[in-house]
Unconditional design. Structure first.
Length: 702
């Protein structure tokens, strides 16, 4: 859980994602902090952890970050901010005012004891003043208690929209890069702002407390000295504290037992419920989880930044503690050396004030520690605005002027692969890359119906992912209508493509929306026209019977997101609550094949845009029976006018006789091209696959 001494030198350190090379004047230090591996960039040009230039840059960047965050929050609700500021400033001076009034009462009592009688009128006035202040503070606290929750909602809604927009528009390679902080959420900006606000209020309160201390002690000319001694401990703490938050760093979970624990914990989610129940693996999961937890032992799992801050010697803490007691030692010395310079009331007040200051400073330190963490996460959130994306947008509109002028434009989209090689992200870290496509070249003409066949892992689906620009080729060129696919504007190209794959899922929305969103403009249509299009799409997708048997028809939601439960209710009883519990909405489930029919209906709905020129069908019928699959493919073929169609399927027997071209793939390469008759005559890979399929079909018939 400490520093790896062998890595503590100025050299390049290899990470899992590549090489992390140190900048001139820096070194890369490899730390193991609990379950985390942390690579930290440190300065070698200074004997200090942070030199003045670094400190200036850190303060400048944090100031800009805080200024932006505060400006955005104030813009959201300036009125709420004003009222909240007034209420909190009042609360920040509460302790000082109460201590001041208490000191006044003590002085009156002290003078009364020495004179033989207290000034009753002055004492009554001081006591009433204190009570009035206490009542006013309570009323203001009660009146302002809803201000913070109201502002919090506005802030979390605003940044929730920001995060949702960025996440929805993130391309697939970036999402799969897995470079994320587990706690980056819309609540982080509010927590950071709330911390900034609290810190500012606390600082204002400390300033008033120091001013009060100086005022009380000034009778003996000790005020400024005593006030300086009160800040000795916080200054020493700031000079000796350890922090990772402002250092350039890479954090990676590298403890296999911890990773396994978290992976097993995910299996309790709804997505895995059926597999866990039907596989009877609940006990196995629990046993493996406990085994991993036992292997992990006492290794720490907190944030690495927190672990690092606790890895220091006890000496700085001892020195800070001694500095914290300097105010007590000071007024004790004054009382011994010059007892006439301070009254008992002054000493009691200073003692109480120093304790109050100590707690105030620790409160500030607590907020400062949190601020480092929260501002770092706010910076991550803002970095999403300028985050690099793997899929760069092109500059050519689709269709281009050259495409629309072509005599074959009305037939569909044309494709050509020229020496294309591609490996999926993640496979590149191995010494021998697994190539999904290996130097592949072929052409598909406008309007052709093409069937791509091959064994699992042969690269059949990869072609479609490159055309739709879910990924870009590592080398070679992918041409669409004669232009490099990377030159097209991504959104416009995808408008001309309809895909139906086994990876598509239902949205947690109504069936109507699940189908309708295939043609997103359907919301602009009149309800009658909209429902006609949706019903026609559901018919072509084979989903009519599925929808008819659902209780709410098109309004049914198969996978709703909701929270509903009962507590301490006898579900088998006849109480009103038990009856209400039974009436709560239940999730509706359908078979995998029925889900695929609804997804297929969404694809048919997409054809209503009149912009689709390419249809990619990638194993969408794995859960359909042979008859349903045949009907689906026939309905798709009926819609092929003006479209190029590519089918990727294992059950290709009933398709190949309609195909203009068949591409047979093996190990990431196109090994055979031609018609069904031509490929059967070759007696090669296609011939073997076709015969295997034919034998399986004959066995099923028997």
């Amino acid at each position: 859980m400490g520093v790896d001494a062998e890595e503590k030198k100025p050299l390049s350190t290899t990470c899992d994602s590549g090489k992390a090379k140190s900048k001139p004047g820096t070194r890369i230090e490899n730390l193991q902090l609990g379950v985390y591996r942390v690579l930290v960039e440190r300065k070698t040009s200074s004997i200090f952890e942070i030199d003045l230039k670094d400190l200036y840059e850190i303060v400048l960047s944090r100031t800009k970050l805080v200024r932006r965050l505060v400006a955005e929050v104030v813009f959201l609700a300036p009125g709420l901010m004003f009222l909240m500021t007034l209420a909190n400033l009042w609360a920040s001076i509460e302790n000082v005012v109460l201590l001041s009034l208490e000191t006044k009462i003590l002085k009156i009592i002290e003078i009364g004891l020495s004179d033989g009688g207290a000034n009753g009128q002055a004492l009554m006035f001081a006591v009433c003043s204190r009570l009035l202040f206490v009542i006013c503070t309570a009323l203001i606290s009660h009146w302002s208690r809803d201000l913070s929750p109201s502002l919090r909602k506005k802030v979390t809604d605003y940044y929730g929209d920001f995060l949702m927009t960025k996440n929805l528009n993130m391309d697939l390679p970036t999402a799969q890069a897995n470079l994320k902080d587990r706690e980056l959420s819309s609540s982080v900006p509010w927590e950071a702002f709330d911390g900034i606000f609290e810190l500012s209020v606390k600082c204002f309160g400390v300033i008033t407390e120091l001013g009060f201390v100086a005022h009380v002690a000034r009778s003996g000319n000790h005020g400024p000295i005593f006030a300086l001694l009160c800040i000795g401990k916080p200054v020493m703490y700031l000079l000796t504290r350890k922090s990772l938050w402002d250092m350039p760093r890479i954090v990676q979970t590298n403890n296999e037992d911890y990773v396994r624990m978290q992976s097993l914990r995910w299996l309790e989610g709804k997505n895995f419920r059926m597999e866990v129940i039907t596989g009877n693996i609940a006990q196995y999961i629990m046993n493996e989880f406990n085994k991993a937890r036992g292997a992990l032992g006492d290794i720490r799992t907190e944030h690495p930044e927190f672990i690092y801050s606790r890895q220091d010697s006890p000496l700085p803490g001892c020195i800070s503690s001694v500095f914290g007691d300097l105010p007590v030692l000071y007024y004790a010395a004054i009382a011994f050396l010059a007892p006439s310079s301070m009254s008992l009331t002054t000493i009691a007040t200073l003692q109480q004030a120093s304790t109050l200051l100590r707690w105030s400073f620790w409160d500030i330190f607590f907020h400062l520690d949190n601020m480092h963490a929260l501002l770092a996460r706010v910076q991550q959130l803002y970095d999403l605005e300028t985050a690099s994306v793997a899929i760069k947008d092109g500059h050519i509109s689709y269709p281009s002027a050259q495409t629309t002028s072509s005599s074959e434009f009305d037939k569909g989209m044309a494709f050509e692969l020229r020496a294309v090689t591609f490996s999926y992200p993640g496979s590149k870290s191995s010494s021998e890359k697994t190539k999904a496509l290996d130097n592949v070249s072929f052409r598909i003409d406008p309007g052709q119906l093409v069937v791509i066949v091959g064994a699992n892992g042969s690269g059949k689906s990869t072609f479609i992912k490159l055309i739709t620009r879910l990924y870009d080729a590592d080398s070679g060129k992918v041409l669409v209508d004669g232009e490099d696919v990377q030159d097209y504007k991504v959104a416009e190209l995808r408008q001309a493509i309809a895909t139906l794959t086994q990876d598509h899922h239902l949205f947690p929305l109504s069936i109507e929306e699940n189908i309708g969103l295939g043609y997103s403009e359907f919301l602009d249509l009149e309800e009658k026209e909209r429902m006609e299009l949706i019903n026609e799409a559901s018919k072509r997708g084979g989903a009519e019977d599925v929808i008819a048997k659902l209780g709410k028809g098109m309004k049914s939601v198969l996978d709703p997101y909701m929270m509903q439960y009962g507590v301490n209710i006898d579900e088998d009883g006849d109480s009103e609550l038990a009856k209400e519990l039974k009436e709560l909405d239940k999730s509706t489930d359908v078979s995998g094949g029925e889900r695929q029919r609804i997804v297929a209906a969404r694809t048919f709905m997409r054809f209503n845009s009149k912009k689709v020129r390419f249809v990619a069908v990638d194993e969408p019928s794995s859960a359909l029976d042979a008859e349903a699959e045949l009907n689906l493919f026939n309905n798709l073929r009926e819609m092929r006018q003006g479209k190029t169609m590519v089918f990727v399927t294992h059950r290709f027997g009933h398709l190949t006789k309609h195909a203009d071209k068949i591409l047979c793939m093996k190990d990431g390469q196109v090994v055979e091209t031609g018609s069904h008759a031509e490929l059967m005559a070759m007696e090669g890979e296609y011939h073997k696959l076709y015969n295997i399929q034919a034998k399986a079909f004959e066995s099923d018939k028997e």
